[in-house]
Design a protein around this ligand. Structure first.
Ligand code: HMG
Length: 317
């Protein structure tokens, strides 16, 4: 049935900004996080401690293709100068009102995150072998080895670790992904200590009643959830209401997608999730007005219209 409360995990500053054509300055990223936290969101994913060679949007500069070339041709020194995950984290670490997890693809990223003041981290695996290769340059099994090192280090410091599973419905290369594979990856993440598992329909092929192939969503969910103790969060809003899922990932102004998933069309907008849940009487604790202002702010800085239908509709009123 319908949950009474939904926890929204805001991924705009990280998942969102990493895939926007334009980069914004460190101070704009920091201001965005502050605005999101002050709207009442209790979890705001702040940044990621990944290799800046892989995600140049994390660079603190005006971005276009030249930056990518620049980074490849000028090497480490420049890359290290440009990456701003540390600066972002240091500027927001004292915000008390929300949890501010950061992505850590390996021990190196974890150590950098902790040094910058992160108190929550997230690891990200995939249910698709091809996507694992293109996103983190290793097989699914190899990623478990890396992530075990991260979760062990995190346990020693009592740092909660969230686990992501990408491509839970389909993959741009492999097509439909079997639910059993999703369950397997989710269970591994759970067993290594993740307190919460986020299931990402990375390229957005799932629908409330359809899994990209043969099964109803409810059946899909039963198969996936059958393999693991605790799990939540497909990115499809309607499914939340249908299946009683109580944690949703979304991105302010619909920012983002994933640079390593061809065809990833962006994320569901947090404004739209809050608007729908308000309408259904499900509590989110988020102030829609303040959230809309955060969305306006970042859309202006990116020089593009908001990807939120609610923002577009309400701005015409
Ligand atoms: P690699 O090239 O295989 O790694 O990349 P490596 O260990 O050989 O290292 C290569 C270089 O990167 C070395 O530098 C390392 O020091 C450096 P060099 O010796 O050449 O000067 N390096 C790092 N630098 C900073 N921070 C680090 C780090 N690690 C190594 N943590 C690696 C492997 C995993 C590092 C790389 O593939 C990577 O960073 N991938 C991340 C890609 C990414 O961020 N993707 C987007 C996030 S996932 C996502 O959006 C999906 C999700 O939202 C859910 C969904 O929607 O599906 C979560």
């Amino acid at each position: 049935g319908m949950p009474k409360n939904v926890k929204i995990v805001e991924v705009g500053p990280r998942d969102g900004l990493q895939n926007e054509k334009n980069t914004v300055s460190t101070s704009v990223k920091v201001e965005l996080i502050k605005k999101l936290v002050s709207s009442g969101l209790s979890v705001v994913e702040a940044t990621s401690f990944v290799s800046p060679k892989w995600v140049p949007q994390l660079a603190n500069c005006e971005n276009d293709f030249m930056v990518l070339e620049f980074i490849f041709s000028w090497g480490d020194t420049l890359v290290k100068l440009l990456a701003d995950a540390k600066d972002v984290m240091e500027a927001v670490r004292s915000l008390e009102a929300a949890r501010l997890p950061v992505l850590t693809p390996n021990l190196k990223g974890f150590e950098a995150a902790i040094a910058a003041g992160a108190k929550d981290v997230a690891i990200f695996a995939s249910a698709s072998e091809s996507f694992s290769r293109s996103n983190i340059n290793c097989s699914i099994e190899e990623s478990f080895i890396r992530y075990r090192a991260v979760t062990q280090a995190a346990r020693k410091l009592s740092i909660p670790v969230r686990g992501y599973v990408s491509c839970v419905v389909g993959c741009p290369v492999e097509g439909a992904i079997p639910p059993s594979k999703v369950a397997y990856v989710a269970k591994e993440l759970h067993d290594m200590g993740c307190f919460e598992i986020s299931l990402g329909d990375t390229i957005g092929v799932g629908t409330p009643a359809y899994d990209g192939g043969k099964k109803s969503c409810k059946l899909w969910w039963t198969e996936v959830a059958g393999g693991v103790v605790e799990m939540r969060t497909p990115r499809w809003t309607e499914v939340v209401a249908m299946l009683g899922i109580s944690i949703v990932d979304s991105s302010v102004a619909g920012l983002g997608g994933c640079p390593y998933a061809k065809g990833a069309s962006g994320n569901v907008a947090t404004e739209d999730v809050v608007y729908m849940l308000n309408g259904l009487g499900v509590k989110t604790n988020v102030d829609l007005g303040k959230l809309l202002l955060a969305g306006d702010y970042i859309s202006k800085h990116l020089g593009r219209p908001s990807g939120s239908k609610t923002a577009t509709a309400l701005s015409r009123v």
